[in-house]
Write a protein that binds this ligand. Structure first.
Ligand code: NAD
Length: 509
């Protein structure tokens, strides 16, 4: 799709063959504001609705999604160019986010009794309560139009927020259809979807009370700057350059299969895909030979039985192509792939060897079906190079020694580490999903935290004991009352009887 041609409508094209899939109307700022206004009106009653009742609507929505799996998967394939298995994972596995947050809302949103930290607050009963942000904006990229929407829509809706979603201008159809499902089941009108590129996204940022942004680091920074101007809370899930570390005691066949899939699933367009591999010298040649064999065995296309699909945008093919050709010019060797397709947004599954950190393929996010593999002397060098990145989204470690893997994980600067696996943190809804360094601010999911982030927390104090007409620290400030207040405060601040009573001369001097 040509973004420059966007005026009032978007032409959504199938990336595998360029065929037009649909034309959709773009929401300008005025319409975003009107939709946001409607959501705000409906949200009041939604927040008052008991979590269990909200859960009933969410369960019905999940049932609707599961009943429409084929339709949604077809649509997803058409607008993203994904192969069937990659698309199917998205439509079905994402339902867990709805079920989990619907079922835990009552527990996660319950008032908390809080213990006092010292004598000053002891006479008070302390508690906290959660209050949903009225309107949450979800801005998402094109690589997972359903999953990246549901990961945040589910906890926000379950918390009692209204949600305004803007999916990528490249892939607006499937998310719009899932939102239609919410309306088709007759749920309260607290969820809406808008279409458009950056200016629509900017209007969403301005219209909502909390921004959850998923996308590139460059756009995330622009969103953060705007949120700073508006003093608006936000959470950012941004780009990555995830390393895989393969140690000499790895289960080699599994490491090869895992890294092949982790680098090429969804044509490499996964924020936590394997973007660079460090293999210790002893097993490097064996690893490269096996990986090359596996990658050369994969088929590419959009039909049933194909392994690797198209890339969503032509621009993304250009980036993969540039990273490969620049690396080759600088001395790297293509062990598999290394070519772009004649028709559609295809780039062949590729392995690059003889690479190093002077090359963009090892330092910039590629977001494509390329796996650069680098030989390292040992574990220490692998960790040093893995951390030599502005990103810190996730990483994988491959070794049979789990204690060693955990030690390596602790030294890695990444929001998640998967041991002998790829992506396994992604659908672990009880784990936080967060990027370190330029990969993000805040976290999504992570059990209660994933829902409470969509709430403001209120602290409440109430007297535990009968109260006086006025506290000793209140007016009037007579010398007698000041002396009493001083003693009370000392008793509260001190530790040990002598210090509390001011008898410890050494310390009081
Ligand atoms: P992008 O930053 O170009 O666009 C993301 C979204 O932001 C789109 O919906 C876009 O229309 C919108 N947008 C653009 N300008 C805006 C503005 N000024 N204000 C508000 N919204 C604006 O990203 P992309 O190319 O669509 O997606 C690929 C990127 O997303 C990669 O960097 C990838 O790593 C990242 N990503 C991160 C995660 C994660 O969880 N960390 C998940 C998936 C993708």
């Amino acid at each position: 799709m040509t973004i420059a041609s966007i005026a009032a409508a978007l032409d959504v094209r199938n990336p595998s063959d360029g065929r037009s899939v649909a034309t959709v109307k773009v929401n300008d700022r005025e319409s975003v504001n009107a939709i946001a206004g409607g959501l705000r009106v409906a949200q009041g009653a939604w927040a008052e609705t008991a979590p269990r009742e909200r859960a009933r609507w969410m369960h019905r929505w999940r049932d609707w999604i599961l009943a429409h799996t084929d339709e949604l998967t077809d649509l997803l394939q058409a607008e993203t160019g994904k192969v069937r298995p990659d698309a199917l994972v998205e439509t079905t596995a994402s339902c867990e986010f709805i079920t989990y947050y619907a079922d835990h809302a009552e527990q996660f949103l319950a008032d908390n009794k809080v213990k006092s930290s010292g004598l000053l607050s002891l006479p008070k009963r302390l508690s906290t309560s959660y209050h949903p942000y009225p309107l949450v904006g979800l801005i998402t990229p094109w690589n997972f139009p359903i999953t990246l929407f549901l990961m945040d829509a589910a906890p926000a809706l379950a918390a009692g927020c209204a949600v305004l979603a803007k999916s990528s201008e490249e892939t607006p159809l499937t998310c719009a259809r899932v939102v239609e499902g919410w309306n088709e089941i007759g749920a309260p009108p607290v969820l809406a979807h808008v279409v458009g590129a950056g200016s629509t996204g900017a209007a969403v940022v301005d219209a909502v009370d909390y921004v959850q942004f998923t996308g590139s680091t460059a756009t995330g920074r622009a969103v953060a700057i705007r949120c700073a101007e508006l003093l608006k809370p936000l959470s950012l899930e941004l780009g990555g350059k995830d390393p895989a570390i393969v140690l000499e005691d790895a289960d080699l066949p599994r490491a090869v299969e895992g890294i092949a899939w982790g680098g090429l699933f969804n044509a490499g367009q996964v924020c936590i895909s394997v973007e660079r591999v460090y293999v210790v010298a002893e097993i490097y040649d064996d690893f490269v030979a096996r990986l090359t064999q596996r990658v050369q065995s994969l088929s590419q296309g959009s039909g049933l039985g194909n392994d690797v699909g198209a890339m969503v945008t032509e621009n993304q093919v250009d980036i993969a192509d540039r990273h490969v050709s620049e690396a080759v010019l600088a001395g790297a060797r293509v062990a598999a792939g290394g070519t772009r397709g004649a028709l559609g947004n295809y780039y062949a599954p590729t392995i690059l060897v003889d690479v190093d950190h002077t090359m963009a393929c090892m330092t910039e996010e590629t977001f494509g079906p390329t796996i650069p593999v680098m030989r390292v002397a040992d574990e220490d060098e692998a960790i040093r190079l893995a951390n030599d990145s502005t990103y810190g989204l996730s990483a994988t470690v491959w070794t049979r020694d789990h204690a060693r893997a955990r030690r390596v994980a602790r030294r890695l600067q990444a929001g998640a580490v998967n041991i002998n696996d790829v992506f396994s943190n992604l659908f672990a809804t009880t784990l936080p999903h967060s990027g370190w360094k330029s990969s993000g601010i805040g976290a999504r999911l992570g059990g209660a935290q994933g829902m409470r982030k969509y709430c403001r927390v209120q602290a409440v104090t109430e007297p535990r004991v009968p109260v006086l007409a006025r506290e000793v620290t209140w007016y009037p400030y007579t010398s007698r009352r000041t002396a009493i207040a001083g003693r009370v405060l000392r008793v509260a601040a001190g530790r040990g009887v002598k210090q509390r009573l001011g008898l410890n001369k050494e310390q009081s001097r």
